[in-house]
Design a protein around this ligand. Structure first.
Ligand code: HEC
Ligand code: HEC
Length: 385
């Protein structure tokens, strides 16, 4: 499939608006599923993958729209698509050489940045291809998140989310959720709420994960820095046909629209277990938010940032989120989840709760004090979501 197919599809519409909407969804899905290829140096009318990248397609890291997987080979090398290493420091700075993410793949003729191994549950980076990383740079894993129902979360008004924020903890409950404001917009998506909209998140992914330019990140070399001139000058697919980009506004909008329409998971249990609130989980994992059009969204998140303590801290600030803060991860879809938390370190709900600290310390302690049967009830409830 060539990119031009999608442009032509758009012109074929002599159809009803319902047909047009489903055609748009299908085209968005095709772009989401599509494995991009690199541009040969001789022509620009091709895709423009990379030069450096983590995966070739969105679906590779979000299999069936779901969460990524982690695999570790016998020699400890981390594979598993949907798992990346984020780079940065407490000041919010990227690594001066390697940028904001370690790209472990490269197109022919370019050098992948490094290989990542898992050693005693910690990362070991080998074969750094562009010299030493800054000693100030921290690195931490990020497992891809499931994409279902995010359109509903995009439709919750800023006011509804901000009504739950309590940055100075005025109500003295030890919990001080705050928004991650990104260029004046409220961040909602990704583990630190760095993307205010699905369109921006899709553009971030095209740039950081796949190495492609969009109207939002116009560099065709994605996350490559000035210290990686071979990459910056590498082959690209920017083309006049596509607004001098690799992914033009029409394509980006189709991908965002596809994400917008992915249906929310349906929980087996509709009612929130009172114990969930009594223990204090609901103070962050808000059982229900209401969209601008009045729809109820049982995502179990306030979409705000919380200091989760030393155990989960990664020392990487993103936007206004500090190295200790994370967006409350929605709990819908837990019945399908095998790896929990931002880097997938927990393999069960119980283990995920055990990692909670900081603002969630009190809730965790309440959970640990529950009788065995109450614990069991709470865990069964979570596993039904
Ligand atoms: C290399 C793997 C990889 C690829 C390719 C990738 N993603 Fe992701 N995706 C991730 C990771 C990892 C996260 C979490 C990122 C973070 O927290 O910073 C994520 C997060 C997201 C989110 C936010 C989900 C939420 O709950 O907030 C969306 C939406 C998303 N990706 C869409 C896309 C789209 C669209 C594409 C293709 C253009 C794409 N992704 C390509 C790994 C990937
Ligand atoms: C102070 C806010 C806060 C409280 C209170 C809280 N959580 Fe969380 N929860 C979070 C944040 C933030 C994350 C994401 C942390 C990360 O990925 O590093 C999270 C993640 C999780 C996850 C993993 C979700 C996933 O898909 O990876 C589970 C399960 C969970 N919480 C359950 C609970 C339960 C049960 C309680 C009550 C005992 C609770 N939480 C209390 C903020 C909170």
């Amino acid at each position: 499939m060539k990119k031009t197919t999608f442009v032509l599809c758009g012109l074929l519409l002599g159809t009803s608006s319902a047909q047009a909407a489903s055609l748009d969804f299908a085209m968005g899905k095709a772009l989401f599923d599509r494995p991009w290829t690199s541009a040969p140096a001789s022509t620009q009318a091709t895709d423009g993958l990379g030069p450096l990248f983590n995966a070739r397609s969105c679906v590779a890291c979000h299999p069936k729209g779901g969460r990524g997987k982690i695999t570790v080979s016998n020699d400890g090398k981390i594979g598993g698509l949907g798992y990346v290493l984020r780079l940065g420091n407490e000041k919010g700075e990227a690594d001066p050489i390697y940028g904001r993410q370690l790209q472990t793949n490269a197109i022919h003729g370019q050098k992948a940045e490094a290989r990542v191994y898992l050693d005693d549950n910690y990362y070991r980076i080998e074969d750094l291809a562009y010299g030493e990383m800054s000693p100030e740079t921290n690195y931490a894993g990020r497992l891809s998140q499931p994409l279902f129902g995010l359109g509903l979360l995009e439709d919750v008004s800023d006011e509804t989310i901000l009504a739950q924020a309590d940055p100075e903890d005025k109500n003295n409950d030890g919990i001080s959720g705050r928004p991650n404001m990104i260029n004046g917009q409220l961040g909602r998506f990704a583990w630190k709420a760095t993307a205010p909209t699905l369109r921006i998140q899709a553009a971030n992914a095209f740039s950081n994960d796949i190495g492609m330019s969009t109207p939002i990140h116009r560099h065709h070399f994605g996350d490559c820095t000035a210290k990686q001139p071979e990459c910056q000058k590498g082959p690209h697919g920017d083309s006049v046909q596509f607004e001098n980009l690799e992914i033009d506004s029409k394509m980006l909008n189709l991908v965002a629209l596809y994400l917008k329409r992915l249906k929310a998971p349906t929980p087996q249990v509709q009612e929130t277990l009172p114990l969930f609130k009594d223990v204090g989980c609901a103070s962050c994992h808000t059982p229900e938010l209401t969209t601008k059009s009045g729809k109820k969204v049982a995502a179990y998140s306030d979409l705000l940032l919380h200091d989760m303590g030393d155990g989960l801290a990664d020392g990487i600030a993103e936007g206004q989120a500090s190295g200790r803060e994370w967006r409350t991860q929605p709990l819908w879809g837990t019945s399908n989840t095998k790896r929990f938390l931002h880097d997938g370190r927990a393999t069960s709900v119980e283990e995920a709760i055990n990692w909670h600290g900081g603002e969630a310390q009190r809730a965790k302690e309440n959970f640990l004090k529950l009788s065995a049967s109450d614990k069991h009830r709470l865990i069964s409830f979570l596993n039904s979501l």
